[in-house]
Each structure stands twice: as structure tokens, then as C-alpha cells.
Design a protein around this ligand. Sequence first.
Ligand SMILES: Nc1nc2c(ncn2[C@@H]2O[C@H](COP(=O)(O)OP(=O)(O)O)[C@@H](O)[C@H]2O)c(=O)[nH]1
Ligand SMILES: Nc1ncnc2c1ncn2[C@@H]1O[C@H](COP(=O)(O)OP(=O)(O)O)[C@@H](O)[C@H]1O
Length: 201
Amino acid sequence: MLVLSSPSGAGKTTISRALMAEEPNLTLSISATTRPKRPGERDGVDYYFVDHPRFEAMVKAEDMLEHALVFGNRYGTPRAPVEAALEAGRDVLFDIDWQGTQQVSSRMPRDLVRVFILPPSHAELERRLRTRALDPEEVVQERMAKAADEMSHWDAYDYIIVNRQVERSVAEVKSILTAERLRRDRQVGLTEFVSRLRSAA
Ligand SMILES: Nc1nc2c(ncn2[C@@H]2O[C@H](COP(=O)(O)OP(=O)(O)O)[C@@H](O)[C@H]2O)c(=O)[nH]1
Ligand SMILES: Nc1ncnc2c1ncn2[C@@H]1O[C@H](COP(=O)(O)OP(=O)(O)O)[C@@H](O)[C@H]1O
């Protein structure tokens, strides 16, 4: 499980999309949210857009792996698709905030790699939030005001990427994936493999 978190506007959606296009063994976890759909977003692709009662019902039924309140809206990770992907030997990419990361960390610490993405500067973060131009001005203001708070959680992550140039950041996340997949304890069947190698010697 690979988690990407960042303050809003730092670039995690952009990086996630590029990663998904380049990494065939990666499944993107699609979150459920009560926030309004932005122009161009599609239900079931970017998010499952649900109302509050539906969200609450999913939490009650323990259908969420984790969930949190962000900017007054509720966000959560539906559990079943994640479990199915992991069961099939696939890696899963999560775009979730620090609260969700903390919940998954305490439940499944061994299988988790946490990456935090920082903007190169405060001014550039504001510029990105504005050029995205998908949120009303008061929402942009609220997100800027919360950025400092979100960034205070950077030290609960395993890796930090400063997102200056998209291609470079994507390459850096891919390096993390490659290295983490090579960890001894993540390679299935290694004991048998080495044992066969040795007995043939
Ligand atoms: N805990 C948790 N956070 C989520 C989930 N989905 C999205 N988020 C976070 O909610 C915040 C707002 O997301 P969004 O409204 O799409 O805005 P954006 O990140 O600025 O594009 C971001 O920090 C996301 O990482 C989820 O399923 N669980
Ligand atoms: N490295 C970068 N350099 C310049 N612009 C970027 C970079 N990464 C992302 N952006 C732009 O910044 C805006 C916010 O990026 P987005 O991926 O939506 O952020 P997040 O998902 O973290 O809120 C988008 O308009 C995106 O095209």
C-alpha cells in the first residue's frame, strides 16, 4: 500500500495519474466523499460521490478501511476493493490525508509506505491552487489557510518529495516503489527460491 499525502494543491492528483499510467501493477483506491463534484470529475473514476446518509451507512457497516473529515467534507476508503487488489498480489495507491494515513498505519503497519509531497514554496502552492481554478475563491482561501496545518504532519511519513517538476517527482515515487518492492520481507517465495538455488549447487 503506497500512500501519497500533501496539502491541497501540491500536486498529488497529478502525480497519482502519471503513476497509474506508468505502473501496470498498481491499483488506485477510489475514495468515497460527500464533497461536491468539480467540473470534469467523474463518479466512480475520481471519487464515489455520495450523500451524508450513504457515507454514514458505509461507516456503520464497517465498509471503510479509514475515514476522515477534511475541509468540512467526509472522505473514506472503501475496504472491499483494496482487500481484493491486495489479495490478487497488486499494489494499491492511496491519495488520502494524514488522518487516514494514521488510521491505516495503526491497522496495517507492515504493508504501508507513506510519501508526503511538499510544494516548493508557499507562493507556488497558492499559484497552483488558483491555476487549477476548479474551486470557488472562498474554498481556495480555506485550503491555503489549512496548508500549514496539513504540512505539520510531514514527519509521520517515510519519504518526502518536494514537487518542483512533475516528471522528476513521478520518477522519484517510482524509485520508492521499486526499492520497496525489493525489500526482503515483501518478496513472496524467496525462501523456497534460494533453497532451490542452493540445493542445485
Ligand atoms: N482520510 C482520507 N482522506 C482523503 C480520502 N480521499 C481524499 N482525501 C484527502 O482529502 C483532501 C481533499 O481532497 P480533494 O477534495 O480531492 O482536494 P485536492 O486534494 O485539493 O484535490 C486531500 O488531502 C485528500 O488526500 C480518503 O479516502 N480518506
Ligand atoms: N510540479 C508541478 N509544477 C507546476 N504545476 C503543477 C505541478 N504539480 C501539479 N501542478 C498543478 O498544480 C495544480 C494542483 O495540482 P493537483 O495535482 O490537483 O494537486 P492536489 O491533488 O495535491 O490538490 C494543478 O493545476 C496541477 O496541474
